[in-house]
Write a protein that binds this ligand. Structure first.
Ligand SMILES: Cc1ncc(COP(=O)(O)O)c(C=O)c1O
Length: 900
């Protein structure tokens, strides 16, 4: 596809593309830009940038305003909780039936996901900085309702203030009259706030206070434009959401509303440029002193001051959102004190309610006051007496002893910061940054690095965007520390305990972090997940034998041809093989865990494979793992199973594979690969050609070695209606004495008819005896048995087989019962469709039979195609005999040898 075709195609589907400097940005209806489209966009990015920048092309997209905020085009990093998971299919009813009422009725989706990750705790009591569950376990609370629990969970003085209101029999709700409590609270707040703030309007939440601020700015300036910082967070009501410059929150809700624009956080030049570009347009710039939701990012020193100067020059107001930072959180009563500014408007909420009641406030200067706002803005519950009394008690607690508590926050915050800095120094590969102020701290983890270094399940979890949640789950369940992951930037742990947290509390938090980082550092998925894999059981020790991951071959040369090979679990016990740190668990424990997590685990890339052939050509690749067993794949509705394979293929394409091979049932459920979509330059192969060739070659050699010419043998083919069996059925008549095509005894008459038709064609072509049957006992006639079926479990028993028969079992999972050869030592296993790779190959978990250089032929075919660049013939669906020969030849030339 050319870039113009890609552009036209996307536009037809409602995608809007535009250039933003060197970035290509897009907005699209949900679901349109899938991984394959992203890979196309990335590939054609330079041409597309040129096309959308040229006036004739840009015309259809010209918008009256700068386009709404969109994130720079990036390949989706796989499944992540804060992204695609929210668009998954509805939770089935049966899952919800036995859930708590909260999950059933309030938050089925989040409840379900949290449950699967062990994050669904119920707390019965709050005790200061700790929450207590039904088992009496105490959890250190570093979330504290994102700052709304300043004095811990049972703040007596705040309760006392509420009880006093009752004792005094004060009315709570007196709208249209004069509220003494609201007046007193306003007076007190304004006295404490930066000088110059003169009025207050109360709300029931932070978002509502932000709404008030936005309306005030518009009415005070007579302008509509609102500028805010990208990735900031101001609440989720539509106006506040429009200022929240984050696609994740806005998508699907008709946000942003008209008039909202964004600049990068911390970039004053961008504020200046945006305002200068549209004189008289912007009413206000709204910003947080420390971005909380997006991963605890403090503004650079002087930022608010300079931003206010820019606003002044352009006739706009500065709104400082202190909903999270305000009231002591950063070690100052208000974070903007740091810059010595009095914002035109300042918003507060969270801590103002003392951890008990919802209350917010929007404070503003005399210059901003407008009668029309005063008259027409308000809320039924805003400024109710109960909330105001709680807020007054909060201010008392914060300011008593000359703001001792705020100074405590600064001091404890410094100690905790130093401890977290030390943690970073201990784990420099894992901790990318520690940042924040006071008790609003963020620990940014480099989980990509952790995933890459650990491989196995840890890498898989990181690719799915789940690793941070699993770290949080470990901290909660094992270290008993509640820490929130940043919901915006996928890698930050937010540490915001109650302001009254002491040094011992903070030291325990740092110790918990050290524990989980040590686990990540040694790549011990078993320890990280033990509480989920074996819930309630004592955490098993690490297995005595050190973990043995396959040796990594190191960086592949850039010139190496890229390939990928789709695999799935062959059975529950495969989990052990997949991550050596799982040795401490039983198969049942692992399988239970896998089933619980399967609904939100997508195919993931794993391992590093490298092969250099005789001619010095190199190929590098990886496995694309579908975490399902054959039974599960077959039990899924066909489209869903196909979709899983398609996702694996998309992932491989996105990661640069030029050839993708389909291992195991991934070929079966995708119609031998025919049902899959891929860009034309990507080759998909079922791998069946080389499997067929290898099986035949191994049997021919074994016959020759035994002086047992194939021409004199009766050859049986089990699974002759499948691609490999059918190809063998066409290849064998010329070579074998007699041929027996054996179908699945459970298949209907149609199965036998099809087999009869194949037999008739073979008879006609060769003139030799060819018979079709569904009777497995007929195998007793065969000297050689090829078995290539899609049975999900072994079934081939010794009682069905002739003495001394050669058995070539290319099925995965194998068709031969595990004890077949022990029970019947006369039988001769031949080849099983295996090849030995050229010397020096690194095959990761592909290594078969305990031999690191032996692999299944379908994987070898993928590598051979990558090495040779061969692209002719049928690689998917029904096989053609010429392609089988050609690929067999190429494999031999490349140095692959048949294993007998
Ligand atoms: C900076 C900021 N502004 C506004 C809000 C919205 O507050 P609320 O959740 O009370 O609506 C939040 C909440 O996290 C916030 O952090």
């Amino acid at each position: 596809m050319t870039a113009s075709e890609v552009l036209a195609d996307l536009r037809r589907q409602g995608v809007t593309l535009w250039a933003d400097g060197p970035d290509l940005r897009f907005s699209a209806p949900r679901g349109v830009v899938d991984a394959a489209a992203v890979s196309l966009l990335s590939r054609h990015k330079p041409e597309l940038l040129r096309l959308v920048a040229s006036p004739s092309e840009a015309a259809p997209e010209a918008a009256p305003q700068p386009p709404p905020a969109a994130l720079p085009l990036r390949a989706p990093a796989g499944f992540s909780l804060d992204d695609d998971v929210l668009s998954l299919a509805a939770i089935p009813d049966w899952v919800l039936e036995d859930q708590a009422p909260y999950v059933r009725h309030v938050s089925p989706y989040k409840g379900f996901l949290y449950g699967r990750m062990g994050l669904d705790k119920t707390f019965l009591r709050g005790e200061g900085c700790y929450l207590v569950d039904a088992d009496g376990h105490r959890y250190a609370d570093c979330i504290a309702q994102f700052g709304a629990v300043p004095f811990g969970h049972d703040p007596d003085p705040v309760w006392d203030a509420i009880v006093a209101l009752r004792r005094e029999r004060r009315p709570n709700l007196v709208i249209t009259s004069i509220s003494q409590e609201a007046g007193a609270l306003a007076e007190r707040l304004l006295a404490l706030a930066p000088p110059g703030l003169a009025h207050a309007v109360f709300s029931n939440s932070g978002a509502e206070a932000v709404e008030a601020a936005l309306k005030l700015a518009r009415v005070a300036t007579g302008r509509t434009g609102i500028l805010s910082a990208r990735d900031g967070f101001h609440g989720l009501t539509l106006g506040a959401l429009s200022a929240t410059g984050r696609d994740f929150f806005q998508r699907g809700f008709g946000a942003p509303a008209a008039g909202f624009n964004y600049v990068p956080f911390g970039d004053l030049a961008a504020v200046e440029a945006a305002m200068a570009a549209r004189p008289g347009y912007f009413a206000a710039f709204i910003v947080e002193p420390v971005q909380g939701e997006s991963g605890i990012l403090p503004a650079p020193p002087g930022y608010l001051r300079e931003a206010q100067a820019i606003c002044r020059r352009h006739g706009a107001l500065l709104i400082v959102d202190e909903v999270q930072t305000g009231l002591g959180r950063t070690g100052r009563l208000f974070a903007c004190e740091e810059d010595g500014v009095t914002p035109d408007v300042m918003v507060l909420a969270k801590a103002l309610g003392g951890g008990l009641v919802p209350v917010g406030a929007c404070l503003y200067t005399r210059e901003v006051y407008r009668e029309s706002f005063d008259l027409r803005h308000g809320s039924t519950f805003g400024g109710n007496a109960l909330a105001c009394r709680a807020a007054m008690a909060t201010l008392d607690l914060l300011t008593r002893d000359d703001q001792a508590l705020v100074r405590h926050v600064a001091a404890v915050g410094r100690t905790l910061r130093a401890d977290l800095d030390a943690v970073q120094a201990e784990f420099p590969r894992l901790v990318a940054a520690v940042r924040g102020r006071g008790l609003m701290l963020g620990v940014a983890l480099d989980l990509d690095q952790a995933g890459r270094a650990a491989g196995g399940i840890i890498s898989a979890m990181q690719q799915q965007g789940l690793l941070l949640y699993l770290v949080v789950s470990y901290l909660l369940n094992v270290a008993r520390i509640r820490i929130a992951p940043s919901f915006t930037q996928g890698t930050v742990l937010r540490i915001e305990p109650p302001l009254v947290a002491d040094e011992a509390f903070c030291a325990a938090v740092a110790a918990g972090l050290r524990r989980v980082l040590a686990i990540l550092e040694r790549g011990d998925a078993g320890a990280l997940l033990a509480h989920l894999i074996a819930p309630g059981a004592p955490i098993p020790a690490e297995p005595a034998s050190p973990r043995k991951a396959p040796a990594s071959p190191g960086e592949a040369p850039a010139t190496a041809a890229r390939f990928a090979f789709v695999v799935h679990l062959l059975g529950p016990s495969d989990m052990h093989r997949f991550d050596p740190s799982f040795a401490r668990f039983t198969t049942a424990q692992l399988d239970g865990f896998r089933r619980r997590t399967a609904p939100f685990v997508r195919p993931f890339a794993s391992g590093a494979l490298q092969v250099r052939d005789r001619a010095g050509r190199e190929a590098a690749g990886e496995l694309l793992v579908i975490p399902h067993t054959p039974e599960e794949l077959l039990a899924l509705p066909g489209a869903e199973a196909r979709d899983l394979v398609q996702r694996a293929v998309d992932l491989g394409a996105e990661r640069g594979a030029a050839v993708i091979g389909l291992g195991g049932f991934s070929s079966i459920v995708s119609d031998g690969g025919l049902a899959l979509k891929a860009p034309p330059e990507l080759r998909i192969t079922s791998g069946n050609s080389l499997t067929t060739w290898t099986a035949l070659a191994a049997v021919e050699r074994a016959c020759a070695a035994r002086r047992m010419p194939l021409e004199g043998c009766t050859v049986a083919i089990l699974g002759a209606a499948g691609a490999i069996g059918h190809a063998l059925a066409r290849l064998c008549p010329d070579r074998a004495g007699a041929l027996l095509l054996v179908g699945n005894p459970r298949s209907a008459q149609g199965g036998l008819d099809r087999l009869e038709a194949i037999a008739a064609a073979c008879r006609a072509a060769s003139g030799r005896p060819v018979r079709a049957t569904l009777d497995l006992d007929a195998l007793a006639e065969a000297d050689v048995v090829f078995t290539a079926t899609s049975a999900v479990a072994p079934f081939l028993r010794g009682t069905q087989l002739r003495r001394g028969a050669l058995i070539c079992d290319v099925s995965r999972p194998k068709n031969a019962m595990p004890d077949l050869y022990a029970e019947r030592p006369d039988l001769v296993p031949v080849g099983s469709g295996l090849l030995r790779a050229p010397a020096g190959a690194a095959l990761d978990r592909l290594g078969e039979c305990g031999q690191p250089d032996v692999l299944v032929a379908c994987a070898a075919e993928t590598i051979v195609l990558a090495l040779s660049g061969h692209r002719d013939g049928h690689l998917c669906g029904a096989l053609d005999l010429a392609t089988i020969e050609a690929i067999g030849r190429l494999a031999t030339q490349a140095g692959f040898a048949v294993v007998e």
